[in-house]
Design a protein around this ligand. Structure first.
Ligand code: ZN
Ligand code: ZN
Length: 345
């Protein structure tokens, strides 16, 4: 039917998504209706669908927060990109705009923040409704599938690297070279750093080298911190961005960074209960910095998009039709994804 759309719906936690049709949603005040071209499949989607997080999503839910599409119509009293504009929709789907965090430019930690594909319906569908003020306009000729991962994997790693406040030329270990890691390598290069890629998988390390890693290390070497320190030499390992959800990756990163260096915490373990033993005196005496980073603000998104367009950052992707959403999640669950899976409509 003309006013219906196909979507993959999460009805309960821990169950496969249900593919079916429903009415195309109507944008409310401040919202736009977007026809979806492509939506990346992020590891967070898997956590949400599997019910791994302490905080449950809204149900039923259409997942997906790496969306590229075209503006179709507006809700009442709404301004934003013109009808026909190509836009990106990211995880950051809304914030109050007036709390202390928002005023200080940290809408990522606003208590009323809305998550696309979590507390708002996402992009595993033909159409999505988004808050007009939270979409990013993109060039019309963008490669939607290859650009979609910039909207989560890209902005997330960009903000993390930015928060570490590194100098040009800094060595940065990228620990984990899946969907986020391959973007972290590209952003690190574009920002003037020297990324060292770490992963267990030789194929992912090859990809990282193609994307600009200056060196690679197998993640299961006997002494990962020593290997990383040896590569960085006198310049020191100024930061490690951890996008592999393993406790050992975080501990190795803390041990590997030079005095004054930073570990950027991005990967989320499958269960919220994981905690980290850290030497207090090492942190204090050597001024090591542990930095949490949560996706990105609208300003981060604009910067990440502009840098991607300037530096030619694109994801290495494999596309699947929307109807294969469960297959995509299964493959991610089994770790059988070399780059990023993207659903296309
Ligand atoms: Zn994501
Ligand atoms: Zn707020």
């Amino acid at each position: 039917m003309a006013n219906e759309m196909t979507r993959a719906l999460m009805q309960e936690m821990g169950a496969p998504l249900v593919l079916g049709c429903e009415a195309i949603p109507t944008p409310g005040p401040g919202e736009v209706l977007i026809r979806v071209f492509a939506c990346g499949v992020c590891h967070s989607d898997l956590h949400i669908v599997d019910g791994d997080w302490g905080l449950p999503p809204k149900l039923p839910l259409i997942p997906g927060h790496e969306v590229v599409g075209e503006v179709v119509s507006y809700g009442p009293d709404t301004t934003g990109p013109a009808v026909g504009a190509v836009v990106g929709v990211a995880w950051n789907g809304g914030a109050c705009g007036h709390c202390r965090a928002c005023l200080e430019g940290d809408e990522t930690i606003c208590r009323e923040s809305e998550g696309t594909g979590f507390s708002r319906d996402g992009g595993y569908a033909d159409y999505i409704v988004a808050r007009a003020a939270f979409v990013a306009e993109l060039p019309k000729d963008i490669d939607a599938a290859r650009f979609a991962p910039v909207l989560c994997a890209g902005v997330t790693t960009y903000r993390g690297l930015k928060r570490a406040q590194l100098r040009p030329g800094a060595y940065v270990a990228v620990i984990g070279c899946g969907g986020l890691g391959q973007m972290a390598v590209q952003y690190a290069r574009a920002m003037g750093f020297r990324p060292i890629a770490v992963d267990l998988d030789a194929g992912k390390l090859e990809l990282a080298t193609r994307l600009g890693a200056v060196a690679t290390v197998k993640g299961d070497v006997a002494d990962l911190p020593a290997e990383l320190r040896a590569i960085a030499g006198d310049a020191g390992l100024r930061a490690a961005i951890v996008v592999a959800p393993a406790l050992s990756a975080f501990t190795a990163a803390i041990a590997a960074i030079s005095p004054g260096g930073a570990v950027i915490f991005i990967a989320l373990p499958a269960k919220d209960r994981d905690t980290l033993p850290v030497s207090i005196s090492t942190l204090a005496n050597f001024e090591k910095r542990l930095i949490g980073s949560n996706v990105g603000t609208r300003a981060d998104l604009l910067e990440a998009v502009e840098l991607a367009l300037t530096a030619g950052i694109l994801a290495d992707v494999e596309t699947l039709p929307l109807a294969e959403a469960n297959t995509a999640l299964d493959r991610l669950r089994r770790g059988q994804v070399p780059g990023r899976l993207v659903l296309t409509t």
